[in-house]
Design a protein around this ligand. Structure first.
Ligand code: FEO
Length: 176
């Protein structure tokens, strides 16, 4: 049974994951418009992933007899200064999500809520992987540089990263 504080905090976390999904969708749209197909494909997939993170919490809350509330999601920005600044914003948002997951963990210790503590471990691992991935992308963008010629190579890199993410997910699903 969730404490009211935990139920509310998990519902808040859903809003954060939902916002990430909308933010990355908006970023994908901007990339599409800029002709950056590799970046767009990567972000469309990330957006879907965030939606699945939101639904995982949604299902958990109801499974443990709470009430999952569909969150109101604010409109994300539509314009971005550059590809580098866009991915810096992704990384910043991921760090915010990580901090929020860690707060939920602290709360589950306070509540002596082992079930939620166990449920949250998946998110701890996921956030470690997502932060590492975004740092890796930012490192590559810095190495390639950001002139008009560089955008083509950045986009190719993102296309490669996206394909390897899809392959890794497929192999995980096979194992499951
Ligand atoms: Fe679900 Fe990337 O935070």
């Amino acid at each position: 049974m969730l404490s009211p504080t935990m139920e509310n905090a998990l519902n808040q976390q859903m809003a954060l994951e939902g916002y990430a999904s909308f933010l990355y969708l908006s970023m994908a749209s901007w990339c599409d418009r800029e002709g950056l197909r590799g970046c767009a494909a990567f972000l469309y997939r990330q957006s879907e992933e965030e939606r699945s993170h939101m639904l995982r919490i949604f299902n958990y809350i109801n499974e443990v007899d709470g009430h999952a509330l569909v969150p109101a999601i604010s409109q994300p920005p539509h314009e971005f200064e550059s590809v580098r600044s866009l991915f810096e914003q992704v990384y910043t948002h991921e760090k915010k999500v990580t901090a929020s997951i860690h707060e939920l963990i602290t709360l589950s210790y306070k509540d002596n809520d082992h079930t939620t503590l166990n449920f949250l471990q998946w998110y701890v691992n996921e956030q470690r992987e997502e932060e590492a991935l975004m740092r890796n992308i930012l490192d590559r963008i810095k190495l390639i540089g950001e002139g008009p010629m560089s955008l083509y190579y950045i986009d190719k890199e993102l296309e490669k990263i996206n394909k390897s993410q899809i392959a890794a997910e497929a192999s995980e699903e096979e194992k499951a």
